[in-house]
Design a protein around this ligand. Structure first.
Ligand SMILES: Nc1ncnc2c1ncn2[C@@H]1O[C@H](COP(=O)(O)OP(=O)(O)OP(=O)(O)O)[C@@H](O)[C@H]1O
Ligand SMILES: [Mg+2]
Length: 255
C-alpha cells in the first residue's frame, strides 16, 4: 500500500451501547478503522456483530457513546480532518447528505414515486421544498438520468418500484445514493435480498461505478464470496475489528 494514500475516514475507539430498559448491550467495544480514499473495503461479521451499527456511525446516522462503560475515553470519527462528534448539526447534515450515500438491503424505495423521483428525492431534500427548482432541479435530474442510464435503466424512468425486479430496484437505490455525488458509498448487505446471480450483477455495478466515479466504498456483508471481491476485508467480532487484512488472507481459516 502506497505511503501517499490518504485516509478519507478515520474511526478511533468507537463504542456503541444500546440500552433497553435495564439491559445494556455493548455492541461496539472500541473499533479502530481507517478507510483509504478510493478503496473498496468490506466489513464481514456474523449477524448481530454490529456491522450495521458501525456503518450508521460512519455515515453520521447515529452517534457513538461519549465514553466507554469501562472508563475508556471517547472515540472519534474523523472526516476531512474534522471530528464528526464536534461539528455543528448543519455540518453533520451536510456530511450525511453530500459526502456519503447509503444503500440498504431492502432498497427502501418509495412505492408511490416513479424511478426518476425516487432517485432525485435526495436532491429535493437537500435543496428544500422551495429551493428545488431551476438549475438545482435540472442538475439533479441530469445526475439521476446519467446514473440510471449507466445502470441500464434509461427506459424505466417513469416506472414505479413495484414494476421492477429486485436487481433493478437495487440499482435505483444505488443511483439514489449517488445522485448528490458523494465521495463515499456505504452499503449495508446490498445483495442480501437477491439471488446469487443478481447479487453478483449488483456487485459488478458497484465495482464499475466506483471505478468510474472514483468512489470510496465501504460494504457490509456476511457473504464471504462477496467479500472476496473487495480490495480489503476487515472482520467485526466481539465488538472490535480484527486486524486489517486483504481479502484472501482475511477469509482464510475463518477463525
Ligand atoms: N436500536 C437498537 N436498540 C437496541 N439494540 C439494538 C439496536 N440496534 C441494534 N441493536 C442490537 O445491537 C446488536 C448489533 O446489531 P446490528 O444490526 O448492528 O448487527 P449486524 O451485524 O448488522 O447484524 P445483521 O447481519 O443481522 O444485519 C444486535 O444485538 C442488535 O440486537
Ligand atoms: Mg445489519
Amino acid at each position: 500500500m502506497s505511503e501517499a494514500t490518504t485516509n478519507i475516514i478515520e474511526a478511533r475507539n468507537l463504542r456503541k451501547t444500546y440500552r433497553m430498559g435495564r439491559v445494556r448491550v455493548n455492541v461496539l467495544k472500541g473499533v479502530d478503522l481507517s478507510v483509504r480514499e478510493g478503496e473498496w473495503l468490506c466489513v464481514l461479521g456474523a449477524s448481530g456483530s454490529g456491522k450495521s451499527t458501525m456503518l450508521h456511525l460512519l455515515g453520521g446516522l447515529d452517534r457513538p457513546d461519549r465514553a466507554g462503560a469501562d472508563g475508556g475515553g471517547p472515540g472519534s470519527i474523523t472526516y476531512g480532518g474534522k471530528d464528526l462528534r464536534k461539528i455543528s448539526a448543519g455540518e453533520l447534515n451536510r456530511y450525511r447528505n453530500r459526502e456519503v450515500g447509503f444503500v440498504f438491503q431492502f432498497y427502501h424505495l418509495l412505492p408511490e414515486l416513479r424511478v426518476l423521483e425516487n432517485v432525485t428525492i435526495g436532491a429535493m431534500i437537500r435543496h428544500g421544498r422551495f429551493g428545488y427548482r431551476g438549475a438545482a432541479k435540472r442538475e439533479a435530474i441530469d445526475s439521476a438520468r446519467e446514473l440510471l442510464t449507466a445502470f441500464g435503466l434509461a427506459d424505466r424512468l417513469r416506472h414505479r418500484p413495484t414494476e421492477l425486479s429486485g436487481g433493478e430496484r437495487q440499482r435505483v437505490a444505488i443511483a439514489r445514493a449517488l445522485v448528490n455525488r458523494p465521495r463515499i458509498l456505504l452499503a449495508d448487505e446490498p445483495t442480501g435480498n437477491l439471488d446469487r446471480v443478481t447479487g453478483e450483477s449488483i456487485i459488478e455495478t458497484l465495482a464499475e461505478t466506483r471505478e468510474r466515479l472514483g468512489l470510496t466504498v465501504v460494504m457490509v456483508t456476511h457473504d464471504e464470496r462477496i467479500a472476496a471481491r473487495a480490495e480489503r476485508v476487515v472482520r467485526l467480532r466481539d465488538g472490535v475489528l480484527a486486524r486489517d487484512g486483504f481479502a484472501g488472507a482475511a477469509t482464510a481459516g475463518g477463525a
